[in-house]
Every structure is written in C-alpha cells, then in structure tokens.
Design a protein around this ligand. Structure first.
Ligand SMILES: [Fe+2]
Length: 502
C-alpha cells in the first residue's frame, strides 16, 4: 500500500515532485532591487554574519586558549547559508543562500577549520552564468528560469547528518547532498532508492539509540508527508507517504520509542497563491484557527495515526520527545521552541539580509504533554528564550532532562547573546553570556561516558570580526570556557552542526 501510494505520488507530480509551484512562480520573474546596496551601505557591525565569503576557506589553524578535552577530540561539522549575493543581486531571506559546509578538526590545543561551498548543480550553474538563475525559498530573482526539478534549486544549506563515514548536507525541499568528510568535496546527490530520486528529505533526521535514522519530507502541493526509515548501516528500510490536510511548513519533528511526532504550526501552504508571483514562503498563510496540531504516527505501522490539538503557535525546532505508559494511558512529552506567530520567518529572517534588525515575538522553550488515550494535549512555556535546542544524542526518544540552547535575545541585534542548559522538568537553567558584540550559533552536547559531558559551539564575535569555537563543562556553563579557539576571520552565521568523535 505504501509503495503504491508513493508511486502514485511520483507519477502525479512528474519531474517536480514536491515544489511544483515554483516552476510557474519563477516564470513570473522578479524585479531588480536595491537590497545589495542597502546591505553595503549599512553601518551595522553585525552584518558581517550575513556577508558572502568570496570563496572557500582553506584549512587554517586557529589560536587556542586552554585545551579541548579528550572527549571533544574529533570533528564538528557545521553548515549554513553563505552565498547570499551574486552579480549585484542579494537574496531577500537568510534561508535562501547557497550552503557552505565547515569542519572544525579538534585535537587538544590544536584546532583547524576548513569551509567549502557545497557544489550543488544550482551553485555551479549560477556561478558559470555570473547571476541568479533560479527562484529560491523566499526570493524570485529577476529573469529567474523555471526549475527543472526540486534539486535544480537545492541549496544544501540547513543541516548535516554524518552517516557511514560521509556527511550528508541537508536541505528540505529535495535530496540530501553527499560530502566527503575529510575534504568536504561534494560527491553528488544521495538517492535512497531509484524511485525516490529527488524526493524531499528534511534537515532534522532523528537517530535512535540503535542507530536507526528516521526522517520526513513535506509535499506541500500534494498534502503528503513522506516518511523514511534508514538502517544504521545507511540503507533504506522503508519509505512511504501519509496524507495531511492543510499541509503546513514543517521543519523538524521528534521520535519516541514507539512513535513519530510532528507538531504542525498553522502556517499552511495555499495552492491558490500559486502562480501569483509569490515565493514559496509567501504561498503560506497563517491560519491560527487551526491551532497547533500534533500528529502522532506509530513507528511500526504508519497507518496508525492520531491528531491532537494545542493552542496556535509556530516552531522551527524540537528538543526531544519521550513516552511513558501511565494509568491514564500513554503520554508523550515533547519540548520545542514556540513562538506566538511566524513573524520571525516572514520578517526578521528577511530583514537581516539588508542589515536591518526587526524584533519579532520571542521564542520560548515549551513542554507539551500529549495523552494518547484521552486525545488531550497540554503545554507549559518555560521562562527561557531559546533557539537551536540540542540534547545528549544518546537520549533521543528517551526521557531526558537537559536541553542546550541559545538564549538572551537583545533588542539591538539579531539572534542571541548567550548559551544555556535548561532542565525541562524543573525549568532550572544556567548560562554563559558571551558579551555585547557577539551572536551565538548552535551549540551541541558532546557525551563523555558517565561524566557530565561538554557543550561545544560557535559564536560570531563581530567586534573583532572573528568566529570562535568554545567548549564548556556541561554542568558548569557559568564557569566559562574550558577551551576556546579563535579563527583569524569571521564566518557567515550558520544553522546546524554535528560532532563526530575521532
Ligand atoms: Fe533547523
């Protein structure tokens, strides 16, 4: 049944499985504008985080204070949008830029960094042309051509998944891109099975304690959610699709021992906007009357699904989820970063591209409980402003307490000024404040056997125009860095990363 559904999906969607509206939108074309000039004219010192590096960063040694612990010996891979402008045209959204993948190779007091643009077919074709050729997530460049497939506009800029010695550079509209973990060479698109070529593979796969990888992809026009189960050795076990009415933008999800859990914000794809010149982002409509739906799918039988309701809200990211059997039935606990609305994706993440800071609603760490027996869902917001939540990778889908996240929103800057570790059961939190001239990126938790472990992450010090890599003791962030590496340059602000021990 699942396979038949999948084949029907592919047959009906043709060469553009899930981003079909982009073809007609791109034909509408955009008009030249002054975003590049506005960006260049801005005196905002933080704008370097959204500047376009002219090329790759060759392997470079950082200046290191202290010594990175043995458990942190290995490689932190990171990725983010970096190619924001070309030929005098600047993208209108942070998420549009061509992806650059980074590796920080850590060994005691020695840290080396390398960064390379992912050589997607889109980037290669546009570099050759010297101008933008294709529509992206939120920008329609002048003269843009219709994409020939979802992967013809794949920017590979969102997250990384280390798998079987390679690194997959992830986007969410199309395929993952294979990257050589040692050289950062682009090896080509990842095809899980021939009939799945070009299907969307989202940027936040979840890895069970046994190594099983779960992921999804959103088919906006078809109202279908694609699901993937991948064996620890990297081969596809199962793929299928499930229907979702009023398909929203879904960026992340969670797994528990027995379930896949999707929080569906009421930011809904509206096919009627297709062809009116709107970007893919602007084809989405905020429909708070739908609330935040929680879709729970049985891991073993994707036909067994349940929908629960939470108050309307928006999220990019989930920390973790876990389930317990209680006298009142099975309960799923899920923590996520909730905002009252989607203004951050429509406004603040756009305006930074012309170096403007626009404050939008603050995202807060929020804990929801889904009772599968009663069908009731409740939630509690914690005090902490948060983004980029990460947990101990050994606790995925299991009961956890600690979430590492960026925090401390400031009025005058985009992003965050501190890194925190918050207990989602008690709300207790500790933090390290980096300083007034910094913007904090995602920090990851690095396990160290039975010890408390480490927190590892990057920050842009725009005062010094440098990027720093810092390690903290996970149980004592407030004590400050155990070790810190300073690169001789600033990197564009990125999105997500993954640590691979040596
Ligand atoms: Fe993300």
């Amino acid at each position: 049944m699942e396979r038949r559904e999948l084949l029907r999906l592919l047959a009906s969607a043709g060469a553009l499985p899930l981003l079909a509206p982009l073809a007609s939108l791109a034909q509408a074309g955009g008009t030249a504008d002054d975003w590049q000039a506005q960006f260049e004219a801005s005196s905002a010192p933080w704008k370097i985080g959204f500047a376009t590096p002219p090329g790759d960063f060759p392997l470079t040694r950082a200046a290191v204070r202290g010594r990175f612990p043995d458990a942190v010996a290995g490689t932190l891979f990171r990725i983010g949008p970096a190619g924001h402008d070309l030929g005098g045209e600047r993208y209108h959204h942070w998420f549009d830029g061509d992806g650059m993948v980074h590796r920080f190779v850590i060994e005691g007091a020695d840290v080396r960094h390398q960064g390379r643009y992912v050589a997607t077919s889109k980037r290669t074709a546009e570099a050759r042309a010297g101008r933008r050729l294709f529509e992206t997530f939120a920008t329609t460049p002048p003269g843009a051509e219709p994409p020939t497939s979802a992967d013809s506009i794949n920017v590979a800029n969102t997250s990384v998944l280390p798998l079987q010695g390679e690194v997959l550079a992830l986007w969410e509209g199309g395929s993952a891109t294979r990257i050589d973990a040692g050289t950062l060479d682009t090896l080509g698109l990842k095809t899980w099975r021939a009939d799945l070529a070009g299907m969307p593979f989202s940027a936040h796969p979840k890895v069970d304690p046994d190594g099983t990888v779960w992921n999804f992809g959103v088919g906006s026009t078809q109202g279908l959610l694609a699901l993937y189960e991948i064996a620890p050795e990297g081969t596809l076990r199962r793929a299928g699709v499930v229907p979702v009415a009023d398909m929203p933008m879904v960026h992340d999800f969670a797994v528990t021992e027995r379930h896949l859990v999707f929080l569906l914000p009421p930011l809904v794809y509206d096919g009627r906007r297709k062809g009116t010149g709107e970007s893919f982002l602007d084809a989405h409509v905020w429909r708070p009357e739908l609330g935040m739906r929680a879709l729970v799918i049985d891991k073993q039988n994707w036909e067994r699904r349940q929908m629960l309701a939470l108050p309307a809200g928006f999220l990019f990211h989930v920390g973790n989820a876990w389930e317990e059997d209680t006298p009142r039935g099975t309960q799923i606990h899920i923590d996520y970063v909730r905002s009252d609305n989607a203004d951050s994706v429509f406004i603040s993440n756009r305006e930074v591209m012309r170096a403007r800071r626009v404050k939008t609603t603050e995202p807060h760490l929020t804990v929801a409980t889904l009772n599968l027996a009663s069908g009731r869902a409740t939630q509690t917001a914690l005090a902490q402003e948060a983004e980029f939540p990460r947990i101990d990778p050994r606790r995925v889908g299991m009961r956890h307490r600690q979430v590492v996240h960026a925090t401390q929103i400031r009025r005058d800057l985009p992003g965050f000024g501190a890194v925190a570790r918050t207990d989602v059961e008690t709300g207790r939190s500790q933090r390290f404040v980096y300083g007034q001239q910094t913007m904090v990126e995602e920090h990851v938790f690095v396990p160290d056997g039975a010890k408390p472990g480490w927190v590892l992450g990057t920050v842009l010090d725009f005062g010094r125009q440098k990027t720093l890599l810092t390690c903290f003791a996970a149980d004592n962030l407030a004590a400050g860095p155990v070790a810190q590496a300073t690169l001789p340059y600033a990197l564009p602000l990125g999105l997500h990363g993954a640590f691979v021990p040596a």
